[in-house]
Design a protein around this ligand. Structure first.
Ligand SMILES: Cc1cc2nc3c(=O)[nH]c(=O)nc-3n(C[C@H](O)[C@H](O)[C@H](O)COP(=O)(O)OP(=O)(O)OC[C@H]3O[C@@H](n4cnc5c(N)ncnc54)[C@H](O)[C@@H]3O)c2cc1C
Length: 410
C-alpha cells in the first residue's frame, strides 16, 4: 500500500508528487509512457514571474530556450500592436527537459516514478476510491492507496470512473505545435500572435523565436484540420508568410486544448483531480502549465492535511476546491467571458480593435497587465483607466452588433 497514487506524469502530476514528497508523503506517479516529457505537444510559453512564485526559476541550463520582453499582435489585415516591457516577462521552455527536471526533483524528494504503467481503472468500494488497477506488460495489479490524484490530462477516462463531470467538450480546440528552421525578419525578444479566421478559426497562431534562427510556431482551431491551417498560415498570412514562407517544419505535434474553464467538481471520496483533467487552463490562451501546477500544489497541501487527520472523505478533500477557487475562480470566470466575446469577433473587428489599441496608446497601460496567468486580477487593476473603458465599451458594442446582424441574417 502507498499513501498517494498520482495518475499521469505530466507537469501537474509531477509537481503534485514533488510537493507531496517534500512533505514526507509516500507517493507513486504512474505514467503510461516509458519516458517523461514525450511525446511533447506544448509550446512551453510560460510567465517568468509565475515560475519564480513556484520556486522554479531560474531553471537549470538547457531548459529555457529564450526569454521575451513583450508580444506583438497581428491582425489578418496586416495591422499590428506591440506591448514591450523593460525586462523579460515570459520564456520558452523545452517541455521535454522541463518535465524531466520536475521528475528529477520529485525523485530526489522521495517520490517514486512508475513508468510504462497504465492505470486502467479505479478501485472503488462503497463510493470511496480505494486504489488503482495498473497494467504493466499485460499484467494487471491492484494497488490499495489512501488518495488517488487524477492528473491524466484531457482524456478524462479516470475522471469518468470517479463519476465526476468531465470538461466541456464543445470548448475544445485542436492544437498543433511545431518547430521550424531559418525564420526571417524576426525580433527574438518578442512573441508574435496572429489572428485571422482563415488561419486559426476562433483562436490564434503563434510564433516564438529562438536565438539560433529556429522558432516554435503553432495554432489552434475549432474546426478543420490544424495541419492544413498551419501550412496556410506559413504560406499565406500577409505578415507571417514573409517570416515563415521558406521554413521547413522540423517537428510537429497535435493535441486538443481545453478552453471551457474548470470542471464544476474536482474531488470525491479519496480522489482529487488536477491540471488539464480538471480543465484548469486559461480560456483565453489555452495555457495550462502554471495554473495546473498551482492547483497541484494546493492539492498536495490538502492531501497533507487529510493524511494528518486520517480523513479522506469528500468533505475533507473539498478544501482543495475551495482553495483553488479562491486563488483563481475570478480570473477563470473573466477569462471565459473574454474567450466567449473574442469568439464572436470577425477578422474586421479584430483588425479595428488592434488599430484602436494603437490609437489609444495602450502600451503604457498594458504594462500593468504583466501577470498573464491571473488575467482577471490584471484586468481589474487597469479597468478604471479611461482608455480601457473606451476599449471595453467598443468591444461590447461591436460584439452586440455582430450578434444582432447574425440573428437577423438567420
Ligand atoms: C498545441 C498546444 C500548445 C500549448 N502551449 C502551451 C503554452 O505555451 N503554455 C502553457 O502553459 N500551456 C500550453 N499548453 C497546455 C499545456 O500543454 C497543458 O495545459 C499541460 O501540459 C497540462 O499538463 P497535465 O499534467 O495536466 O496533463 P498532460 O501534460 O496531458 O499529462 C498527462 C499525462 O498523463 C498520462 N496518462 C494519461 N492517462 C494515463 C493513465 N490512465 N495511466 C497512466 N498515465 C496516464 C499521459 O501519458 C500524460 O503523460 C499547450 C497545449 C497544446 C495542445
Amino acid at each position: 500500500m502507498v499513501e498517494v497514487a498520482v495518475v499521469g506524469g505530466g507537469v501537474c502530476g509531477l509537481f503534485c508528487s514533488l510537493t507531496l514528497a517534500k512533505q514526507g508523503i509516500d507517493v507513486t506517479v504512474f505514467e503510461e509512457h516509458r519516458s517523461i516529457g514525450e511525446p511533447s505537444h506544448c509550446a512551453g510559453h510560460l510567465s517568468i514571474q509565475s515560475l519564480k512564485r513556484l520556486g522554479l526559476y531560474p531553471l537549470p541550463k538547457g531548459i529555457v530556450e529564450n526569454e521575451y520582453r513583450g508580444a506583438v499582435f497581428h491582425s489578418s489585415k496586416g495591422n499590428s500592436f506591440e506591448i514591450e516591457f523593460d525586462s523579460p516577462v515570459t520564456c520558452s521552455v523545452n517541455r521535454k527537459f522541463f518535465d524531466r527536471h520536475l521528475a528529477e526533483l520529485a525523485i530526489q524528494a522521495g517520490a517514486k516514478l512508475s513508468l510504462g504503467k497504465h492505470v486502467e481503472s479505479l478501485v472503488i468500494e462503497n463510493h470511496n476510491v480505494k486504489g488503482v488497477n495498473v497494467k504493466f506488460r499485460g499484467i494487471h495489479e491492484n494497488l490499495k492507496v489512501k488518495i488517488v490524484v487524477d492528473a491524466e490530462g484531457i482524456s478524462s477516462r479516470i475522471l469518468r470512473q470517479a463519476k465526476l463531470r468531465t470538461l466541456n467538450s464543445s470548448m475544445l480546440v485542436k492544437g498543433v505545435s511545431a518547430e521550424v528552421d531559418h525564420v526571417r525578419d524576426i525580433d527574438e525578444d518578442f512573441v508574435e500572435i496572429y489572428f485571422g479566421n482563415a488561419y486559426a478559426p476562433s483562436f490564434y497562431a503563434w510564433l516564438m523565436p529562438r536565438r539560433d534562427g529556429t522558432a516554435k510556431i503553432g495554432l489552434a482551431t475549432k474546426r478543420g484540420n490544424p495541419k492544413q491551417f498551419l501550412e496556410k498560415f506559413k504560406r499565406k498570412h500577409p505578415i507571417a508568410s514573409k517570416k515563415l514562407g521558406k521554413t521547413k517544419i522540423i517537428r510537429e505535434a497535435f493535441h486538443p486544448i481545453t478552453l471551457g474553464g474548470p470542471i464544476s467538481r474536482t474531488f470525491t471520496n479519496g480522489f482529487l483531480v488536477i491540471g488539464d483533467a480538471a480543465s484548469q487552463v486559461k480560456p483565453t490562451t489555452g495555457g495550462g502549465v502554471i495554473l495546473g501546477m498551482r492547483c497541484a500544489m494546493i492539492a498536495a497541501e490538502t492531501i497533507h492535511n487529510a493524511l494528518k487527520e486520517n480523513n479522506f472523505s469528500a468533505e475533507s478533500l473539498s478544501r482543495y476546491q475551495r482553495k483553488w477557487r479562491k486563488l483563481m475562480g475570478f480570473d477563470m470566470w473573466v477569462m471565459l467571458q473574454m474567450r466567449k466575446t473574442f469568439e464572436q469577433l470577425s477578422d474586421n473587428q479584430i483588425d479595428k480593435l488592434i488599430l484602436k489599441c494603437k490609437r489609444l496608446e495602450l502600451q503604457k497601460i498594458l504594462r500593468n497587465f504583466s501577470d498573464i496567468d491571473f488575467q482577471g486580477k490584471s484586468l481589474a487593476r487597469i479597468a478604471w483607466h479611461p482608455s480601457i473603458i473606451n476599449l471595453g465599451l467598443y468591444t461590447i458594442f461591436r460584439t452586440l452588433l455582430s450578434r444582432k446582424s447574425f440573428n437577423s441574417a438567420s
